[in-house]
Ligand binder design. Structure first.
Ligand code: GRF
Length: 190
């Protein structure tokens, strides 16, 4: 059984989708830990409810990114994590994490990269008036949403859709695509 770690800063609907795919035997893996840079994030509560170990930290309480990433790497190593899955983790990975888990960190982003990198990608795309939107899963490097693309899914934006409806479409895609891509990557590691 392969081990994954989920990093998240917010609501954690992707965490829930990944956990559900595991429970439904669609994803052969176990979430060994959840890492969050917000102690009061909803994802922390959701992970605790599932009895998954949580490392929730306040970045400001460390002298540098290196210091908290060293602690994270020690935790990931102790859990023998095969794949680090960023799911709404709102921080760039630094060299300590990238060097330790090179090629083993992936992210999901709510746009068709390389368009609309960074924060509020959905808002950026709506403001731009794009007619096709989507989701990208990519490897993580030191840049912002800049690593090699693994998978993308798109959909047509019908006239008059509200932001909430667009967000719902994006999430619906993410919650199916992310577990299936994780499964594929873990199978390739066997
Ligand atoms: C997702 O839309 C993901 O693409 C982006 O952050 C959001 C996280 O949502 N990186 P959630 O916390 O999983 O609900």
């Amino acid at each position: 059984m392969k081990s994954i770690a989920v990093f998240a800063s917010g609501t954690g609907t992707n965490f829930e989708a990944i956990q559900k795919a595991i429970e439904d035997h669609q994803l052969e893996a176990s979430i060994e830990c959840v890492v969050s840079d917000h102690r009061d994030a909803k994802v922390v509560e959701k992970a605790q409810q599932k009895n998954i170990e949580v490392f929730a930290f306040d970045p400001k309480s460390y002298p540098s990114k290196k210091d908290y990433e060293k602690e994270i790497v020690t935790l990931l190593d102790s859990k023998k994590v095969d794949l680090v899955v960023l799911a709404g983790y709102m921080r760039l990975c630094g060299e300590v994490l990238l060097n330790a888990y090179e090629g083993k960190i992936i992210n999901i982003h709510p746009s068709l990269l390389p368009a609309f990198k960074g924060k509020d990608a959905i808002g950026q795309a709506i403001d731009y008036g794009v007619k096709v939107m989507g989701v990208t899963i990519h490897y993580v490097d030191s840049g912002m949403d800049s690593g090699k693309i693994i998978a993308q899914r798109s959909f047509d934006v019908e006239e008059g859709l509200s932001r909430e409806e667009i967000e719902a479409s994006i999430h619906a895609i993410e919650h199916v695509l992310y577990p299936s891509v994780i499964q594929k990557l873990l199978e390739e590691m066997k």
